[in-house]
Design a protein. Structure first.
Length: 403
């Protein structure tokens, strides 16, 4: 860098609290005390597609297993907020954001900027089912199916899963309270931006750079407490462990989104051709989507490890109940290919009388890349099949009139 260039530094730090939003009000609304949903298994033994049982009976009977939520159809406030998240000073979820940046003039018209950012969250919420304890759950493992796309070709055990004991099924008395009452929870993001901007004669501009970061989340206090659930960022809607289909293992409760998964490169430029035709180009290289592998494990596959049938089976024989395991892959370990996209624009300005007319030709995805944007995450014949891909090459003509 030139020793004569100017350098500017700045830093900021701020604390931001979450507006309570609708979740707290929803839980406090008496109209929402009606238990309006519940699940039960159904073994259609005679193949007539009709549940041959008394649906008004919450217990297992006929072809139907027990209801997973007791009190279905009654007024029963099953989820409420604790006073430690609704009253007092400093109880709202918050995040701190700190940043420091440096900008240096390499030469007249050319500058380099580097910035570091750190964001961390606090006052997480957790949901505790007071009607049960950790002793009301039984741990089990699931064996991943054989598939060459899975680590080691599959066939490995995923443990840290829990099923509620049959005598406790349907007992709900949820209290949303501070996660710190049970253990430490954290979420921290570190980011780095590097950019260069350069201006040259006749309107030529080049700018580009890279952005990278890493996010680390930790809620491992849940590992031995399946009666709890928690979440990240959303705060008001605890989800981790809530359905007991998320493995409570170290690699699942402490997840790391690696630097490579949050690194992108962007470059753009503008150049004036003869006849005052302006051409602009943009290139971006972005991370690929995270691959997941949810798996519907049947009672037959679970029972040998659990030592009994799933609680949702009740007295059904055979039992067709299944549990959809959230992910057989350690989170943030498999990614689709990175996205590369190149866009072009040609434009020319013509003045007609007192009016300014600009004609434009845009070409999106010039090289017609077909990068995968979303995939099917359910293990089976269609696993990792694309749900959507980058839009095909597109030409767009436009005219802008200013007067």
């Amino acid at each position: 860098m030139s020793g004569n260039g100017k350098t500017a530094n700045k830093g900021t730090i701020g604390r931001y609290v979450l507006v309570a939003g609708s979740a707290l009000a929803y839980r406090a609304n008496p109209a929402n005390a009606l238990v309006g949903s519940a699940n039960r298994t159904w073994n259609d033994g005679d193949g007539d597609y009709v549940p041959d049982c008394d649906l008004h009976n919450a217990g297992a009977n006929g072809e139907c297993g027990p209801l997973t939520t007791r009190g279905f159809g009654t007024v029963n406030l099953v989820t409420r907020s604790a006073r430690d998240i609704t009253e007092g000073f400093g109880v709202r979820p918050y995040n701190w954001l700190a940043s420091v940046s440096l900008q240096h003039e390499i030469r007249p018209g050319t500058a380099f900027t580097a910035g570091y950012f750190r964001r961390w969250y606090g006052n997480f919420f957790a949901q505790q089912n007071l009607a049960v304890t950790a002793n009301d759950f039984t741990p089990y493992c699931v064996t991943a199916p054989r598939d060459p796309r899975l680590p080691g070709g599959g066939g490995y055990d995923v443990c840290g899963l829990y099923d509620i004991n049959p005598n406790a099924l349907g007992r709900l008395d949820n209290l949303v309270t501070r996660a710190s009452n049970f253990g430490k929870q954290s979420e921290v993001f570190d980011g780095l931006d590097l950019t260069v901007n350069a201006r040259f004669g006749r309107g030529t501009l080049v700018q580009g750079g890279m952005s990278t970061g890493r996010t680390v989340t930790d809620a491992c206090y849940l590992r031995s407490q399946p009666q709890l659930s928690s979440g990240f960022q959303s705060y008001l809607t605890p989800t981790i462990g809530a359905s007991l289909n998320t493995p409570l293992l170290p690699d699942y409760c402490r997840t790391v989104m690696p630097w490579s998964a949050l690194t992108d490169f962007k470059l753009s430029g503008v150049y004036v051709l003869p006849a005052d035709v302006q051409v602009a180009a943009t290139f971006q290289n972005l991370p690929g989507v995270v691959d997941g592998a949810s798996f519907a494990a049947t009672n037959t596959q679970i029972a040998p490890s659990l030592g009994r049938n799933l609680a949702a089976c009740g007295a059904l024989t055979p039992c067709t109940a299944a549990v959809v395991i959230s992910n057989l892959l350690v989170p943030n370990t498999m990614f689709a290919d990175r996205l590369n996209q190149f866009d072009l624009r040609f434009s020319k300005i013509v003045r007609v009388g007192g009016a300014r007319v600009q004609g434009m030709l845009d070409i999106y995805n010039l090289f017609n890349a077909n990068t995968v944007l979303d995939v099917n995450t359910r293990i089976g014949p269609n696993w990792l099949r694309p749900n959507s891909i980058l839009s095909a090459r597109l030409f767009k003509f436009g005219v802008q009139l200013d007067f």
